[in-house]
Every structure is written in C-alpha cells, then in structure tokens.
Design a protein around this ligand. Structure first.
Ligand code: UDX
Length: 487
C-alpha cells in the first residue's frame, strides 16, 4: 500500500525580543493558514507577557495544528531584557544563555523524544545559529529567518571584505565619506551608515570582528534557505547580491500586511487582530487622534530596545514642542536612562505638550500609522517600523539608534526617498527644522515616492504578487522536505 504522506511539521524558534517575535508569529500564522502543523518555541518570560497583553491564545487556538512550547531564556528574573545601552553585549549574553537552556530541549524536540510530532523543518531566527548545528546533526532541514533588513544583511555579509580592504577601522573624520569597497552600495553608503558596531574599532579589535563574522556568516550559510521580510520591488538589487552568495532566498514581506491579506481572503470571519505586544497597549491615543485634522500629527516611537539619555529626551521634546505640530509620543517604561528627569521641566514644554501632545507607554502602532491624522513618523528605523510605515504610506524622519538602523535610514532617505535621515544629531533646533521639513516643506515630494512604494508593497502580497508567489513556493518546498524525510 502506498505510504500516506503526513502533514509537514515546522518548528519555529525566534530570538525572544519584540522585533523578532512579531514577524515570526506572523509567519507562524501564515503557515497555519496553509494547513501546516506549527510549534512555536517561546520563552517563559515572553509567553507570560504575550498572554497578559494580547489575544495570543485565542488567535492561535483556532488552528488545531498549532502549539506553543516554552523554554526558559536562561537570564536572571531581574534582568531588564530590554532598554540596555550596549545591546550587543546583552544580545550575546541572551544568545549564549538561550543556547544553554534551549539546546537540550531543541535536540529532544528534533529527535522526537518530547512527545510532539516529528519535526520536518526548523525555521530559526538568523541569530540562533547554535540551532543549525543541532539540526544538521539530526538531519532536519533548517531555514533561517533574518528579521532585520536585507540591506543590512548584505552589509553584514560584506564586513569581512571591508576589514580586509582596510575600510574598517575608519576614523571619525571619515564618517561622511563613501565606503569604497561595499559592493552595490559604493555610490551612497557612507561610513556613518555602516552598522553601529563598525564604529570605534581599532586594528586589533577588527581582527576579533573578522573572526566573529567569518564564523557567524559560515554558520548562517549552513541553512538550506533564508526567509526575508521584504518585497522584491523594494530591494531587488540587494536581493540579487544576497542570492549570489546564498542558494535559496524567499522574500515574503511585508509579513504583517501579507498575513492581513490572507486573513481577509478567508471566507470564515477570522479575527484579524494579530497583535503580539510584550507591553500593554494604550488605546486612548486613537480617540485623541480622532479629534485631529488629516495628516497633522507626528507619531514618535523609538521601538522596543532604544534608550535615551535625559539630555536627548529634552532635545526631542523641545524640538517637537517648538515645531508647533501635534505629536503622539511613545515613552516606553524603560526608554529613558535613569527614571525621573532631575530638573523641573520648563513651563513652555509642559504647556506645549498639554496643547498639542499625547504621551503613551505603548501604542497600537499599526493602527496609529494607518490613522488619517498621522502625517509623519519620527522613528528609530527598526525594520518592522520601517515596513509598517511603508504599508501605511507615512513618510519618516529617521533617528537610528543601533545595529541595522543606520543602514535602514540611509536606504529610506537616499535610495527610496521616502524619508529624511537625522542620524547622529540630537539637537532641538535640528529636530524642529526636520519635523517641519517632514510635515510641510518636503511633504509632497516624500509623499509622492512613498505612495508609489506603498502601492508596490500591497501588490507584492496580493494574489499573483512576488511575496504571495514566493510564499506558495516556500510551502511547496517545505512539503517536499517533509516527503524526503519519510524515506
Ligand atoms: C530592533 C531592530 O531595529 C530591528 O530592525 C531588528 O530586526 C529587531 O530589533 P525594535 O527596536 O524592536 O527592533 O524595532 P522594530 O523592528 O521597529 O520593531 C518594533 C515593533 O514594536 C514594531 O512592530 C512596532 O509596531 C511595535 N510597537 C512599537 C508597537 O506596537 N507599539 C509601540 O508603541 C512601539
């Protein structure tokens, strides 16, 4: 009798931070909608927060093939887990501790000794490269999801070349010069736009960086394929460069819009509230926005990890108030270094905020960006925020903080021309001027380019579009992997 092929079972393992959980949960739901079995590995800490702050359990309870598995992240209970100044140090610690607590469980799950169905494909966060080795040992195919931007991924792949060519280390005086040996980006990428950890290096630390990157890139390339949260029309040249070094690349984004589209196509009335917030959302800002004229409000959010000094907070605050625009500002509980401001806040700031401002701890960002009252987004250029702004058609003023954000903001301003870059400057007069450029002086030209790109984003995730078709191909490939594993 012919062997009845079973449904593929995908195990998803994200890096447990907001900007990675969100797109990986969106991918998980898309796989469920394609009738695959999915297990999502959450950390104990994040599972508790998601359960408290979102409808996550109801959202996934409607898919019988879906389960959450839980693993401790290995960090002490009192660890802040966000909002620390040296994310690189914290992220290495997180990955290291997660490897210690997660690797034994992952191995058991992959060999099938935990009682879950046989895993036929592992989708890991690109950062969780220890999972590659475990999966390769037990011969489960791995697909790596790189949650940050492909333009950053390509820069990251180029770092060994840049070190060998002498482009890194670079001097402070060279920040505004073009990076000579960055293939495909040498006409617009400045030293200032390289990932933040390329700064402040010397010859000996560069050797450590070279060693680290050669190892990381090699481990990454052990994956059978890559999933990227982008769309072909946005990053076609960069995707070609990545494809020249990686065998298989699926661009499926923007994933949040892709999921929304697929849910809207279902005949049943599936609830399409797909939030995955680790913080409690303050909905009151929506009724505040309802009272404001069209495109009159600047939305200000620096994502989930950025932190500000008290001086930086004051410069932004004064710039926002002096711009005389309405502003909705997310001040996350751990956004500011230290807790309260030391000096009394000047009266004009308090008055300006009372008249034109709305402050919240955490906003329903996608709903905010889609609101007719929003005219611009002052952002840290996190990749999710960038894609959400593109889908909503809102031009950006970028103040990148770290990692991929320096590269993203350069692409936003110089390549796609859908925003302005305020990189490395935090001064009230510049903030005020650039907000006025965003909302008035340069508004029309930015909006024209944004409307075109926003339309291309929507086309890519609709039936027949590139991300839509790439997703179908991914499903076919996961099914083929699962059949291969049966023999
Ligand atoms: C960082 C990086 O910048 C990002 O590119 C990387 O891949 C992950 O780590 P983060 O600071 O979390 O990410 O920013 P971003 O990628 O923009 O993600 C933030 C998410 O939080 C977005 O999906 C945004 O909608 C959400 N958010 C933020 C809210 O829902 N409400 C808020 O008030 C603020």
């Amino acid at each position: 009798m012919e062997h009845q092929s079973s449904t593929p079972h995908v195990l998803i393992f994200p890096l447990p931070i907001q900007g990675h959980i969100t797109p990986m949960l969106n991918l998980a739901e898309l796989l469920c909608l394609a009738n695959l079995k999915v297990t999502f590995l959450n950390t104990t800490q994040n599972h508790k927060l998601l359960t408290r702050n979102t409808n996550i359990e109801a959202r996934f309870a409607r898919y019988p093939g879906f389960v959450f598995s839980i693993v401790p992240d290995g960090l002490a209970d009192e660890h802040p887990r966000a909002g620390v100044s040296k994310f690189k140090d914290w992220s290495s610690e997180l990955v290291e501790k997660l490897a210690l607590s997660g690797e034994p469980l992952l191995r058991e799950m992959l060999v099938g000794s935990t009682g879950i169905d046989k895993v036929t494909c592992l989708i890991i966060d690109g950062w969780i490269s220890f999972a590659n080795e475990v999966a390769n040992e037990v011969e489960v195919p791995v697909i790596a999801f790189r949650c940050s931007s492909p333009c950053y991924m390509w820069t990251y792949f180029c770092i060994p070349k840049l070190i060998q060519a002498g482009d890194i280390p670079f001097k402070d005086e060279a920040m505004d010069e073009l990076v000579k040996s960055s293939p495909g980006m040498d006409s617009f990428l400045r030293y200032r736009d390289l990932p933040s950890f390329c700064r402040n290096q010397d010859t000996s630390s560069c050797q450590d960086l070279l060693h680290l990157f050669n190892g990381e890139i090699q481990r990454n390339k052990q994956a059978h394929a890559f999933i990227l949260n982008t769309f072909e029309d946005l990053e076609d040249p960069t995707l070609s460069l990545i494809r020249s070094e990686c065998s298989k690349v699926y661009s499926l984004g923007p994933l949040h819009a892709h999921l929304k589209y697929k849910l809207s196509q279902k005949e049943t009335t599936l609830c399409n509230n797909s939030s995955s917030n680790l913080w409690e959302v303050d909905q009151s800002c929506i009724s505040w926005l309802d009272q404001k004229p069209n495109k009159s409000v600047v939305y200000v959010s620096f994502g989930s990890l950025t932190i500000l000094t008290k001086d930086q907070l004051r410069e932004f605050w004064a710039g926002l108030v002096h711009s005389k625009k309405y502003f909705l500002w997310v001040i996350r509980p751990n956004l500011i270094i230290g807790s309260e401001l030391d000096n009394p806040t000047p009266d004009d700031l308090l008055e300006g905020t009372k008249k034109r401002g709305c402050l919240v701890k955490w906003a329903p960002q996608q709903e905010v960006l889609a609101h007719r009252a929003i005219g611009g987004f002052l952002t840290h250029s996190g990749w999710n925020s960038t894609l959400e702004s593109i889908v909503a058609g809102v031009p950006m003023l970028c103040w990148p903080y770290f990692a991929d954000q320096q590269v993203n903001s350069r692409f936003v301003s110089e390549v796609w021309r859908i925003g302005l870059d305020m990189k490395d400057v935090c001064d009230r007069t510049i903030v005020e001027k650039m907000i006025n450029d965003l909302m008035d002086v340069k508004k029309d030209e930015l909006q024209r380019s944004m409307d075109k790109i926003s339309q291309l984003a929507k086309t890519s995730i609709s039936e027949g579009g590139s991300s839509y078709s790439n997703f179908n191909q991914l499903i076919e490939d996961i099914k083929a992997m699962s059949k291969k594993g049966e023999h």
